[in-house]
Design a protein around this ligand. Structure first.
Ligand code: SF4
Length: 346
């Protein structure tokens, strides 16, 4: 059953029933009947409507580390919901079935979301799976309902949002994970249909105001050049400080954008450079669906290989970092979390 779309906010009216959505930097100009780039906002007779208000395509209770958030209530579980649509058009999207197409939904009111978020030992609600900020009206209503029940709100986002709606959401959010897909505007333009600067603006704005962790999916030969990663690390260090946790995620060639090569070797090299430069947490996640079976033996092999590699590259100076890494790995195992993770804290 589809709920009736709710009138959206964050838009300007123009003559002849046209509107301009002001929710994200695309600022889509929509004539009557037009649908925004995200697919989730439609102009109906001069009124912008939020098509996914009160609708979800999926819900599950996940470890909070799966968002990924490693320094926000570690070891907790969180009720996670998502709908469909996205304002970015990444050709490497791992969730394109729901991000780039309308998908079957079930209605879920903000009160129901909040109630579920406080059940089964969950600490609250994570808004994830597709881009949650394109349903800002629903997101804010859900966050308020969750907060009323004493729960936490976690937003997993691409950070492509305008300042005014973000400022309205901020008081109700407890943690963000923002995807910084590359430190390269050309990459954003060609591969995501967007721009880098608004994402950096969001990250810089949120820094220090709320718990934030960052994620970058490393795609061989696309965004993994060492100088580019060093520039990203420098930017993070300068704009957010050296303590913001960063997650580097390994790309898998089987995913929509086919890339060859041994991503493991390239990935380790990138991770070592990144962690040395910015001095923050770096995690590796094997997040291909086929690998989510949590192959513990593979994790141990990977962990051993990574430690040997790091010993060779970093020498004795890395000893402290490696000991910390082992403690973090132990932490992950103890909490029954994704064993494909190697976690380093500087
Ligand atoms: S939220 Fe959607 S409709 Fe609004 S500006 Fe962004 S892409 Fe366009």
């Amino acid at each position: 059953m589809q709920m009736t779309p709710k009138a959206a906010r964050f838009y300007d009216r123009f003559p002849d029933n046209a509107v301009s959505c002001q929710l994200c930097p695309h600022t889509c100009f929509l004539r009557n009947g037009g649908v925004g780039t995200c697919g989730a906002r439609k102009n109906r007779n001069g009124t912008l409507q939020a098509l996914t208000y009160g609708e979800v395509t999926g819900a599950a209770v996940d470890p909070v580390e799966k968002k990924p958030l490693y320094h926000f209530h570690p070891g907790s579980r969180i009720y996670s919901v998502g709908a469909w649509g996205c304002n970015l058009k990444c050709i490497f999207c791992q969730n394109s079935a729901i991000s780039q197409a309308e998908s079957p939904t079930v209605p879920l009111s903000p009160a129901e979301v909040a109630k579920n978020g406080m059940a089964d030992g969950s600490i609250g609600v994570a808004y994830t799976y597709n881009e949650p900020l394109i349903a800002m009206e629903y997101l804010i209503d859900c966050c308020k309902a969750v907060r009323k029940l004493g729960g936490k709100n976690v937003i997993v986002s691409n950070g492509y949002v305008n300042r005014a709606p973000l400022e309205e959401l901020l008081p109700w959010a407890d943690a963000f994970n923002i995807d910084v897909k590359a430190f390269n505007n050309d990459f954003y333009k060609r591969m995501c249909g967007a721009k880098l600067e608004p994402v950096l603006d969001t990250v810089a704005f949120l820094s220090g105001k709320v718990h934030m962790e960052l994620t970058t999916l490393l795609i061989p030969e696309a965004n993994d050049a060492i100088p580019e990663l060093e520039d990203l690390a420098d930017w993070i260090s300068e704009n957010c400080g050296r303590s913001v946790p960063c997650h580097l995620t390994a790309y898998h060639p089987e995913l929509p954008l086919r890339r060859g090569g041994d991503d493991g070797r390239d990935f380790e090299e990138c991770a070592v450079h990144f962690s040395e430069k910015v001095g923050v947490c770096v995690s590796r996640q094997r997040d291909h669906p086929r690998r989510l079976g949590h192959d513990l033996r593979q994790m141990r092999r990977d962990g051993g290989e990574a430690r040997r590699l790091r010993r060779r590259r970093l020498g004795h100076a890395a000893g402290r970092k490696l000991r910390q890494m082992r403690r973090e790995e132990q932490h992950c195992r103890l909490k029954s979390f994704d064993p494909g993770v190697i976690h380093i804290c500087a």
